[in-house]
Design a protein around this ligand. Sequence first.
Ligand code: NDP
Ligand code: GDR
Length: 361
Amino acid sequence: MKSALVTGVTGQDGSYLSELLLKEGYRVTGLKRRTSINNFERLTKVIHHENFTLVEGEVSDSGCVYDLVNKYQPDEIYNLAAQSHVGTSFSQPDYTFQVNTLGPLHFLEAIRRFSSNTKFYQASTSEMFGKNYTVEGESKFQDENTPLAPQSPYAVAKVAAHHLVRIYREAYDIFGCCGILFNHESERRGENFVTRKITKWLAEFSVWLSRHDLSHDSPSLVFDTDEIYIGGRTSTAQGFQFPKLRLGNLDSCRDWGHAKDYVRGMWMMMQHETPDDYVIATGETHSIREFLDEAFSLIDIYSWENYIVIDPEFYRPAEVDYLLGCPIKVKKALDWNTKIDFKNLVSSMVQSDIDGTQKLE
Ligand code: NDP
Ligand code: GDR
């Protein structure tokens, strides 16, 4: 039986990857950091599985990582743990580096010292490209050859880790792969990423409307929380008004796929004969505005502008404007493909949030 250690197991990707590995017959050890209260919401499908074990650990603590790798000597390590919010990395750059750069370095060193046959997967990111893209004829895209030009502390920390994996691969012959994954979302996406923030708001608004038996397309039903606050009211839904959705920059474009498809890509990379780095993306890009068009249309609202407030708080000091990944290498080498397209991604997220909100009512 193959064994795998998955860091960041309580996160979106960690939970889907654990399900996949258990299905593939692995014994899975999931690493979670200490929290004052358990956060196993995403692990309901695996937590009671006989081949799944949770261990507590902190990736920025070298001694902790060395002990874990030495003790378990897993066949494969998937390092998904990270401070994964780009916006937060501007206010917590030091912490972001400790987790996102020192974390992977500790695993590489541990493998070199104690477990040289362990394969290593590092969660690299399209954020590493920053404002850069490759131009070919009419098309603008990023692939494995596009130069990296990170635009945030998060991205710089990930670039450092990306190069460390390459260096350990070349210098010490460690089987290390980096998946350069473009944005991937799901019903389990963290609630402060833009897609889930939108679908969660939509679900709560939609359920609130049906509870009050109100029509769906009436902008007078929503209020700007700031104005109401000045008026002495709270920012929660009350009476016959609901707080508007507050967002930042709507013009950036992202290549959004479904996390289930992307964790399959991670695993496929690790089964290949030789370690390598691959872009994982859909090859399609959409602006935040297009995501709003698609999501709001699912609850029969076609002029979403009336329901949102542009709030400078959600703008970033530096932005990545355009991401469109070219996944040709991974398609050719690993026969990887997506199964869930943009429309299905948005509708499954909206539906799942509506179901979740109704259960809470
Ligand atoms: P999440 O934010 O959902 O999950 C991150 C996980 O890391 C959580 O389990 C979190 O624990 C854990 N973690 C954070 N800090 C530490 C720490 N110091 N020690 C141990 N564990 C820690 O991210 P995703 O699942 O979306 O992403 C997985 C990885 O892929 C990340 O590295 C991310 O940067 C990268 N990535 C993600 C993309 C995406 O679009 N989703 C695209 C490209 C790369 P807790 O639950 O306690 O917070
Ligand atoms: P991103 O995802 O930064 O691409 O990083 P996020 O969903 O946070 O932002 C996408 C774009 O939406 C704009 N935006 C907002 N973003 C957030 N979070 N909240 C808002 O209110 C809002 N309004 C507009 C952002 O400015 C940005 O342009 C994700 C993470 O999963 C990373 O870990 C991963 O590496 C990359 O995707 C690929």
